[in-house]
Design a protein around this ligand. Structure first.
Ligand code: ATP
Ligand code: MG
Length: 319
């Protein structure tokens, strides 16, 4: 069996977390969904494919103190296994750390033989040791992201409930199609996660509607709220589920983990769920609940709505 057959035949879900737009919550979702799944007893491997190494540092790993990292795997002969670090505070969660050197990999890989398959070849021998493999992608559609899309069977796209949320998503959809046609037939965008939802802005609700109209049931019911604690946790090297287990951000990622596992959801107690389709009864207060640790609400305006319409139209056109 070649690497692709091995990964497709495996029961392990290999999920690339991708969106070429920067700062949309890829790493936050990788780290916290990964930790929440591990908490539920899943064995989870996080592959940090971003030279910024935010997933590594966010789980308490200092890339400078690490001997072997993803650079050595993609450009050298280091087996993926030799890079793995257990996340300090979460049993069952392992990290293949990144390093700044990975920034050079985009260029160094260009003339390389089998340059799109470096990651899948490294992952195949150990894929069965895990229930989930998450690949945190950099904010670009370069060779690192292509390596992730070739190794993965699923793509999870986090979308910010903000102005221009859908900007560039059409391009991502197109690229996933290209990779499916040429390099990885098994690949599909399986999961859209709405993040940084602020219930107090009309805009956030409009983005949720727009994304649902566009992607239908690929969009998770659980929506991740914007909470300051989620942005504080990485500087303590901990996922939110450890840093502030009772925070509603932690609860949201736990609920999301259950949804991803296909478990029954208790929507009544969910901290944030997408607004109901007509006829589906979800108490309005679950959508308007706020807490003191939230960021100040962003301004919603006609101009902002125009931005969403435009971005949505672009995304549709690009498809
Ligand atoms: N739900 C949330 N509530 C509040 N802050 C958040 C939330 N999700 C992410 N953030 C913060 O927003 C910023 C961007 O998030 P993150 O690093 O996860 O995005 P990214 O898509 O991985 O970025 P990049 O493209 O640079 O890799 C970070 O400072 C993060 O802490
Ligand atoms: Mg990131």
């Amino acid at each position: 069996m070649d690497s692709m057959e091995q990964i497709t035949a495996s029961k392990t879900r290999v999920i690339a977390i991708a969106n070429q737009k920067g700062g949309v919550g890829k790493t936050t979702t990788t780290v916290n969904l990964g930790a929440a799944l591990a908490e539920l007893g899943q064995r989870v491997l996080l592959i940090d494919l971003d030279p910024q190494a935010n997933a590594s540092t966010g789980l308490g790993i200092n890339p400078r103190a690490i001997e072997k990292n993803m650079y050595d795997v993609l450009l050298g002969d280091t087996p993926l296994e030799d890079t793995l670090e257990p996340a300090a505070d979460v049993e069952g969660l392992f990290v293949a750390p990144s390093s700044l050197d990975l920034a050079g990999a985009e260029i160094e890989l260009v003339p390389g033989f089998n340059r799109e398959r470096r990651l899948i070849d490294a992952l195949a021998p150990i894929v069965d040791d895990y229930d989930f493999v998450f690949i945190d992608c950099p904010p670009s559609l370069g060779l690192l992201t292509i390596n992730a899309l070739v190794a993965a069977t699923e793509v999870l796209v986090p979308i910010q409930c903000e102005y221009y949320a859908l900007e560039g998503v059409g391009q991502l959809v197109r690229n996933v199609d290209l990779v499916r046609k040429s390099l990885n037939q098994a690949l599909e965008i399986s999961t859209i996660v709405l993040v940084m939802y602020d219930a107090r802005t009309k805009l956030a609700g409009q983005v949720v509607d727009e994304v649902r109209n566009h992607f239908g049931d690929k969009v998770c019911k659980i929506v991740i709220p914007r909470v300051v604690r989620l942005s504080e946790a990485p500087s303590y090297g901990q996922p939110i589920t450890v840093f502030d287990p009772d925070n509603r951000g932690a609860q949201a990622y736990r609920d999301l983990a259950n949804e991803v596992l296909g478990n029954e959801l208790d929507l009544e107690s969910a901290p944030a769920v997408a607004p109901p389709a007509p006829g589906v009864g979800i108490a309005p207060e679950t959508l308007t609940e706020t807490s003191a640790d939230d960021d100040a609400p962003a301004e919603s305006s006609n101009e902002a709505q125009a931005g969403i319409d435009e971005a949505a139209a672009d995304a549709k056109e690009e498809e």
